[in-house]
Design a protein around this ligand. Sequence first.
Ligand SMILES: C[S@@+](CC[C@H](N)C(=O)[O-])C[C@H]1O[C@@H](n2cnc3c(N)ncnc32)[C@H](O)[C@@H]1O
Length: 331
Amino acid sequence: MPLNACSESPRAACPPADDEMPVAPAKALACRQEIISTLLAPRASISPKYFYDQRGSELFEAITRLPEYYPTRTEHALLQQHGHAIASAVGRGRVVIEPGAGNCAKGLALCRSLAATHFVGVDISLDYLRTAVLRMRQALPGLDARAVGGDITAGVQLPADIPRRRRLVFYPGSSIGNFDPPQAVALLAQMRALVLADGGLLVGIDLPKDRATLEAAYDDAAGVTAAFNRNALVHLNRLIGSDFKPQCWRHLAFFNAAASRIEMHLEARSAQCVRWPGGGRDFAAGERIHTENSYKHTLAAFDALLRRAGYASSQAWTDARGWFAMVHARA
Ligand SMILES: C[S@@+](CC[C@H](N)C(=O)[O-])C[C@H]1O[C@@H](n2cnc3c(N)ncnc32)[C@H](O)[C@@H]1O
């Protein structure tokens, strides 16, 4: 524990555990302890999963419409352009499982093109997901669509009546880039464990490109990404009872070429002491909280991660600029 850390006593308050059950106190306590331990680490950090309360989900959707944010529209275009080839490779009539489903817009497009029988969206931001799944049921009345709340890094609990055969895990949005390579391998392996031998994974990855394009995508002129980044502090204030003042933190986003990743941080504009019940931490002016990594893998590097996670073979589709890829891996 750093010298400037105050003492800590536990108090529970955290996101929902799943669709049906109230938050288990043990889970809530573990979540609170996780947040506080990363805030008290010598290099403070917040897991990017804490971007996503209702407001964070809305801000992310606003980001996807920004001119600088190429990933969403590039990935949508890829799904449109290569829809038939993807459907032939993946197979129709699938049970689609989407971890981190958000507004389910891509899940809806995929379910339509695959004539999927079932869809299970899983997300930490459950109210937002529920609304999206309701829209999905209206758009595709023949689809059995469900919303499941939970943290995908803690293991996905699917409803017991979801068929085991013909499952496809769909993980778009380059969300896999939020994980360090060993964590990414573990998560990919966990996704593989959700499917049988007839199943697979369809995953979106953001490919390396010029620094200016990358940095603009994470630091837009309108300041929406900055608001999204600072919203994590508002969310933490609710979760652990802290008194972060979001306006006192500067949004930073830059490309770390050595690690091939965008990093997002919040930098203290001045010295400040942040308190929460039972503890707190002093931050010096200029001190940072690391809030997100977004790795930009080459196709070869990503294929190596898939193999380490146990996948048999993979096939990729990219856009004409080579900015983004949809990768299908067989279990
Ligand atoms: C970058 S957005 C992508 C949304 C959507 N899949 C897309 O491609 O547009 C990440 C989504 O994953 C969810 N999420 C982030 N971390 C999560 C976690 N650990 N467990 C469950 N959901 C998570 C967020 O709430 C958000 O909806």
